[in-house]
Structure formats: structure tokens, C-alpha cells
Design a protein around this ligand. Structure first.
Ligand code: C2O
Ligand code: CU
Ligand code: CU
Length: 489
């Protein structure tokens, strides 16, 4: 087991460049010896850089686009058929600079797929990259062959159709690459998009809709002078904040209510969002609507989490500017530019949560890093991911409690989070106490700060087969911090 002494020994070696800690981990020996930041062979620093938002050009100089909604290519009474190429593209992220990306159909944010509960969708992805890729529907209740298993990839030049039954309730999902060891680089380079499920009960609530229902993908990036995305930089350095693919944009709004679907698609960064004290009325989380709206002034969003908020701009005169801030700086500015009729409402009751069936199995899941070798290895319960190994067998239809712990030593200062495929779960408790406001509702991804733990309850439905669970800091899962469960009859 890793202990502080061993780290100190390893840290001594690091001065010579031998120890590579996972990105973002603090080296305890450095501060203990006053050596300061330790460089790695690529010239990055392990810690000590001051997080500062980095923007070429002034903030709020470009408008925030809304990702386009994909149109089915074939009219079919029972299924919506879509086609999406996976292809390289040069995209302007920073003004006047072309960045080579890996994209779903040409944009840093892929096209939005809108689905309806009860109506299946089939998406044919054609891989026009020179390397294998695949697609996972994050938050989707889908068969294993449609889940984007890390080893189940689309070869270069090949096509693959994924079937999404949409038997679940309305929710903000997203699709992204999940290819083994390359998921972090692929997602960082642009393989992500929204997948929104709407259902009739939700539509009847009268929430802001149409142009007043806006998905916003938040992430970060580091772009060099030539426009290339810098891979593998220290998280602190990756500090150009993007909203729907644009750096610190502005978004013109009417003085009325809007629904914003916020997704953190970064591979590492946690966003801590506020509107400078302006209320954000949270209506939904990963798995869809909350039982009731919850007023928030600050929202934490770890990688892959979603939060839906309603912001009422009718209280502000035309000309008002409201900035959405993260800890390191502004993310986005809302400019109130006109008045508009508003017949939308936010009912005080949204959707009750389903009752929790009694759990029959309890498991312990521990996420950690092994830094004893030349390259850090991500572990779940002491083992790196092996796609051929089943770590957990679960009986179909049963309910389980998982105690999930960030088992890294406090000195690493290593945050993780935890995501399960196939199901949404509920957070029963956090660090032995009640869940936080960030844990409310039907979740599929939760934060796990250093040494912390969460207790989750999930009910496994009718699909048999193998699915992943992992830290959704994709650099960590790419290093092995992932396990495999098999649902059996
Ligand atoms: Cu966002 Cu394994 O997934
Ligand atoms: Cu997922
Ligand atoms: Cu992690």
C-alpha cells in the first residue's frame, strides 16, 4: 500500500524526473522539502501554477451558439433514424484561429439529438477518423451492444448503428466517445454532444421551451499559438473556459424565464457556478426532473454531471448584463436585450422520485491511484480496468447499495467522481451524513472529493450484460480507474 513514507522516497526520486504523478496530484514531498513545483519530462508542473482564466481577446466578445438540432434522415412511423459522421474538422474556437479537432459532424459540440420517451432512435455513426472510436450515451438505459463498451469500437472507415429505446423519462443526456485508453483524448478533442429526452408529462408542466430551452456545454481547453489543443497539460493550465464551444461568450436573452441545461463535458475540471447572487432555480439533475424546484445561488458540477436551471430575467431591465462565474473567472454573460411574452411557469411540484426498493446487496468500491511505477495506474478496488474481467455480478431486477470511496491519501489532493452506466442511482448519504444539495434526485455521476465517500442505491432493470462504472475524470478512467459489472439472470 501506498504510504507517506514511500511517497517521500518516490518524491525524492522525482527531483531527477523519475516519478510521474497523475495529473493534478500534489506531490507531498515537494512542499515538505520546500522544493516547489517539480517538473515532469514534458516540462509540465505538477502543482503550484496559479489558476487564471486564459482568453485570447477580451471576454464576452463572441456570441454563444446553440448547438443545432439534428433532423432524422428517414421518415419512419416508429423510429427516428439519424446519421452522424465522426470526422476531423478545423474549428474556430479562439477568434481567428483554426483548431484541428475530432468531431461529431464538424463542431466542437456535436449536433443535439432530441428524443421522446417511448419513441426509439437509431443513430448511424460513420468513423471517418484514422483511428478507432465509439459512442456511449451517457445516462442512457440501453442494451450492452449499444452502450459503447470500451472494446466495442468502430474501426476507421466503418459505420455502426446504435439503438436507443428511450424507455426512460425526460432527461439531459449526452453522447461521447468511450474507446479504451483513448476516451480522454477523444472527448477533449471534441467528441461530445447533447442527447435530450423529452416526455409528455414534463412537457405538460409548462416549463420554458423552444428557443427558451437552451443546452449549454461547459468545458475547458488549452490551445497553443498555432491553434492545436494541448494534450496532457496540468489541469490548472487548461483554463480557457468554453460555453458551447466558444471562449467566455455572451448570450442575448429576453427579459423572461429561460431553461438552461448545463453539462460539464470537461475531462477533469469541476465548475463552481454562480450568477453573482442571482437565483438559479434548479429543476432537474442527471436523470431528469427533481420533485420540486430548488433555489440555488451556487452549483457544483463535476465532469459529466448535468444540472438544469430556470433563470428569470424578467426582473431585470433591458440592458442588464448577468455574468455566470466559475471559481477561476467568468464563463458566460447573459445580456438582457429585449422584452418578451412569457407564458411559461415553474410548478412547485415537478416529478416525484420513485420509491426506493429494499436493497439486497451492499458493496464497497474504492477509487485510487497506484503511483509506484513509472506511469500512474488508476485502480478500482485495487485493480486497474481489464475489459475481459467481470468485477461485479448483479442479479437482474435487484437493488444494491454501493459505498464508494475516494481512497487516495489526503496528501495527493486528488479529486475523483463516480459514474455508473445503465442506471440512475440515488445518493443515500455522503461521508456518513445527509447528501448535499448537489446530490439530489436521480443521478448517474457524483463528486468524490479527496478521502470522501458516498453511499448510492441503484436498481438494475431488465438488461443483461456488461457495463462499465468509473471515475469520470476521463484521464483517470483512461489510466484504468474503471470497473466492469455484469447483469445476470
Ligand atoms: Cu460519460 Cu462511461 O461515461
Ligand atoms: Cu456513461
Ligand atoms: Cu478520478
Amino acid at each position: 500500500m501506498l504510504n507517506r513514507r514511500k511517497l517521500l522516497v518516490a518524491g525524492g526520486a522525482a527531483v531527477g524526473g523519475a516519478l510521474i504523478l497523475p495529473k493534478g496530484l500534489k506531490n507531498p514531498s515537494a512542499s515538505a522539502t520546500g522544493l516547489g513545483p517539480i517538473g515532469d519530462p514534458h516540462g509540465h508542473q505538477f502543482y503550484g501554477s496559479t489558476a487564471r482564466p486564459h482568453v485570447k481577446g477580451a471576454a464576452f466578445s463572441v456570441p454563444m451558439p446553440v448547438p443545432r438540432v439534428l433532423t432524422p434522415f428517414k421518415g419512419d412511423p416508429d423510429v427516428d433514424f439519424y446519421r452522424v459522421p465522426i470526422r476531423p474538422a478545423n474549428v474556430e474556437i479562439l477568434p481567428g484561429v483554426q483548431s484541428p479537432l475530432l468531431t461529431f459532424d464538424g463542431g466542437l459540440v456535436g449536433p443535439t439529438i432530441k428524443a421522446r420517451t417511448g419513441r426509439p432512435v437509431s443513430v448511424t455513426f460513420t468513423n471517418q477518423l484514422s483511428e478507432a472510436a465509439n459512442v456511449h450515451l451517457h445516462g442512457g438505459h440501453v442494451l450492452p451492444q449499444d452502450d459503447g463498451h470500451p472494446m466495442d469500437v468502430i474501426a476507421p472507415g466503418a459505420s455502426r448503428s446504435y439503438s436507443y429505446p428511450n424507455t426512460q423519462q425526460g432527461a439531459t443526456l449526452w453522447y461521447h466517445d468511450h474507446s479504451h485508453h483513448t476516451e480522454a483524448r477523444h472527448v477533449y478533442h471534441g467528441l461530445h454532444g447533447f442527447y435530450l429526452i423529452e416526455d409528455p408529462a414534463e412537457q405538460s408542466l409548462g416549463l420554458p421551451s423552444g428557443q427558451y430551452d437552451v443546452p449549454i456545454m461547459l468545458r475547458d481547453v488549452l490551445i497553443d499559438e498555432t491553434g492545436n489543443l494541448v494534450d496532457g497539460a496540468e489541469p490548472d493550465q487548461v483554463n480557457t473556459l468554453l460555453a458551447n464551444g466558444k471562449p467566455q461568450p455572451y448570450f442575448q436573452v429576453a427579459a423572461r424565464k429561460y431553461r438552461f441545461r448545463l453539462l460539464n463535458s470537461a475531462i477533469h475540471r469541476q465548475f463552481n457556478l454562480n450568477l453573482g447572487g442571482v437565483q438559479m432555480l434548479q429543476i432537474a439533475t442527471d436523470g431528469g426532473l427533481l420533485p420540486a424546484p430548488v433555489p440555488r445561488t451556487e452549483i457544483e458540477l463535476t465532469a459529466a454531471e448535468r444540472v438544469e436551471i430556470v433563470v428569470d430575467f424578467s426582473r431585470f431591465p433591458v440592458g442588464t448584463q448577468i455574468v455566470m462565474n466559475d471559481t477561476i473567472g467568468p464563463v458566460l454573460r447573459f445580456d438582457v436585450v429585449r422584452t418578451a411574452l412569457d407564458t411559461s411557469r415553474v410548478p412547485s411540484t415537478l416529478r416525484p422520485l420513485p420509491a426506493l426498493p429494499p436493497a439486497t446487496v451492499t458493496r464497497d468500491i474504492r477509487l485510487s491511484f497506484d503511483v509506484s511505477g513509472p506511469v500512474p495506474v488508476g485502480l478500482v478496488n485495487g485493480k486497474p480496468y481489464d475489459p475481459t474481467r467481470v468485477d461485479i455480478q448483479i442479479k437482474r431486477g435487484t437493488t444494491e447499495i454501493w459505498n464508494v470511496t475516494n481512497a487516495d491519501p489526503i496528501e495527493f489532493d486528488a479529486a475523483h467522481n463516480f459514474h455508473m452506466h445503465l442506471v440512475q442511482f440515488r445518493v443515500l448519504s455522503r461521508d456518513g451524513g445527509p447528501p448535499t444539495v448537489n446530490d439530489m434526485g436521480r443521478k448517474d455521476t457524483v463528486s468524490l472529493p479527496p478521502t470522501k465517500s458516498v453511499q448510492l442505491q441503484a436498481t438494475f432493470g431488465d438488461y443483461l450484460g456488461r457495463y462499465a462504472y468509473h471515475c469520470h475524470f476521463l484521464e483517470h478512467s483512461a489510466l484504468g480507474m474503471m470497473g466492469q459489472m455484469e447483469i445476470v439472470a
